[in-house]
Design a protein around this ligand. Structure first.
Ligand code: PEP
Ligand code: MN
Length: 348
């Protein structure tokens, strides 16, 4: 339920409503808007009729049910787009994230060389996996802690904030020490214990849609993070499995437009995993921007033929440069801004 307070409601009236919500066994989530404060009462739907009595409280304008099952992630709860700021880079509300880098962090030279190149082309964030979820246990699993240190070094050298994947709840604190944004991969989208743990972390989470998950399920996974206390979730469409076998996945761009319609959270697109075909990356980047995306994530490697993972889909830095240049008029058309990072240090 959403409790809409009157324009002039006093802090005491808001406090009383919040306390009553808590007494009824719900969690109050206040949002202080310019004109009104609205309070989301989140919890078990079965007892929600008890919340209707709040309409009689002083300062309350109305009590409205949230129809979507993803309450905190929904537009009903939060009409304004959420803007997530990472070291000066704004994502959402017109701010656009251009995230580029290798699939895996492999060596100091590889990650530094890539970071410098993508920064020069206009990327405002660096990606790279230190913990890799691989289909085969015999494939490269990532440099783990060493990889995180190399990412921190690349951030130090270039000022680019880093996005890296977190695979398990045990490593959340370690990864949070190094990462500016914690990525949850497609294979972990419904790892609920991981999502709950990420709800307690002071880092934005980039949540990839599972390859066999619906849009609603993706939003419910975002809800796990939000309801556990972390308001900073970036959704990512990275393609779903279909009968089509000419592309690695089927990039569902309608999901971008629909997630933007249903949710206030920023949505980005990963056309690299979404297609697995290098020649499709540029057209899908343009299409993603037209569909309303708040960012793009692209794999780039200085020597794709030597890559330890996903080399077949990695772009050379010069190809990434072409993409970064080609999307500028599309960003302008959609009124998007590529903010540059400001701070190099990671705030705890
Ligand atoms: C990745 O970003 O390298 C990755 C493993 O992506 P996904 O989880 O989308 O497969
Ligand atoms: Mn990859």
């Amino acid at each position: 339920m959403i409790i809409v307070m009157q324009g002039g409601a006093s802090p005491q009236q808001i406090e009383r409503v919040m306390a009553r919500i808590q007494d009824l066994g719900y969690k109050p989530h206040p949002i202080h808007g310019v004109e009104h404060t609205v309070i989301g009462a989140i919890g078990d739907e079965r007892g929600k009729s008890a919340l209707e009595s709040l309409v009689g409280y002083e300062g309350v304008e109305s009590v409205i049910p949230i129809l979507k099952p993803f309450k905190l992630a929904s537009q009903e709860m939060h009409r304004e787009p959420t803007v997530i700021e990472v070291n000066g880079v704004q994502i959402g509300g017109g701010g656009f994230a251009l995230i580029a880098g290798p699939c895996s962090v492999e060596s100091e030279t590889q990650i530094i060389e890539t970071a410098r190149a993508v920064k020069k082309s206009g990327a405002n964030m660096l990606r790279g996996g230190a913990f890799k979820p691989r289909t085969s246990p015999y494939s490269f699993q990532g440099l783990e802690h060493e990889g995180l240190k190399l990412l921190a070094q690349a951030r130090q050298e270039t000022g680019l904030p880093v996005v890296t994947e977190i695979l398990s709840p045990e490593n959340v604190d370690l990864v949070a020490e190094y990462a500016d944004v914690m990525q949850v991969g497609a294979r972990n989208m419904q790892n609920f214990s991981l999502l709950k743990k990420l709800g307690k972390v002071n880092r934005p989470v980039l949540l990839k849609r599972g390859m066999m998950c619906t849009i609603k399920e993706a939003l419910m996974s975002a809800e796990y993070i939000l309801s556990s206390g972390n308001p900073s979730v970036i959704l990512c469409e990275r393609g779903i499995r279909s009968f089509e076998d000419s592309t690695r996945n089927t990039l569902d761009l309608s999901a971008v437009a629909l997630m933007k319609e249903w949710s206030h959270l920023p949505v980005i697109v990963d056309p690299t995993h979404g297609t697995g075909v290098k020649s499709l990356i540029l057209p899908m980047c343009k299409a993603a921007i037209a569909a309303g995306a708040d960012g793009l994530m692209v794999e780039v490697h200085p020597h794709p033929e030597e890559a330890l993972s996903d080399g077949f889909q990695a772009l050379l830095p010069e190809h990434f440069q072409e993409i970064a240049d080609s999307i500028r008029p599309y960003l302008e058309l959609e009124g998007k801004t590529l903010y540059r990072p400001t701070a190099q240090t990671l705030e705890k």
